[in-house]
Design a protein around this ligand. Sequence first.
Ligand code: ADP
Ligand code: MG
Length: 268
Amino acid sequence: MDALIWAPVPKGGKDFGHPSMPELMRRVRDTLQTRLGGPNTSDIVGAPGSIQLRNVTAGYGGAPVLSAFDLHINPGEFVYVVGPSGAGKTTLLKVLFGVVRPETGWVLVDGIAVHRLQRWQTDTIRRRVGCVFQAYELLPHLTSLENVLLPLQLAHARMRHARAYAVEALELVGLKDKLHEFPGTLSGGQQQRVAIARAVAHQPRVLLADEPTGNIDSQSSSEIMELFGQLNEMGSTVVMATHDEFVLASYSAREVRLQPPTLMAVAS
Ligand code: ADP
Ligand code: MG
């Protein structure tokens, strides 16, 4: 695998002194250019905010859902994952989020080798990636603010100002006046926005969203898409699974198309 790995100087090794910051940056840049053949950081394997899958086979023990699957997503790109129900859209997002471990191949998300993470290490990726699930999975007995704050505190035990970040995220999604309401009193679109606030509160470079407009009306869908567009313009890489034609028409972006495994088998 050609991911970049910075090996520390071994203890007891020769001490070359500490280079100053600009000198260090120059060396890092030069190293990257010679290793990868150019200054275009968007093509760098493992660059912050980028995603690479190489030869990934993944599934649930039976016939694989993804077979020899390759994908490269640049930092700051917006990509749809499309395909009929059962095609493997959710599975792909789970592979990116470290929930489904591939049988073969490798997966880099924001520079993290997700395929290598052990079960107990998956919070490494949760801290770096925001994920909006298909069912919002809000806790019904917690307020909007608590639903955003609790996972933030769990993921970043020592984070200062966590409450302020949670409030900011809820303001960003337009729910400033709903901080202390419970999910049951919110509309579907508002609940989805709480889920998005929860995903963006820790300011991830990569945002994954699984059919985020699946259970809401078209007015709320437009608002949600506008929100993802804004997050993308602020620099987040967005990977969104959808089979919603309305969504695809409202915001154009690259489409990665998945086919159900049975259809592939029939076709080949
Ligand atoms: P999509 O999100 O495109 O509808 P999924 O990734 O959910 O597709 O499902 C892809 C295939 O994997 C389907 O055939 C589905 O039945 C199967 N599958 C999904 N989740 C599981 C699971 N937890 N256990 C076993 N099979 C699963
Ligand atoms: Mg799905």
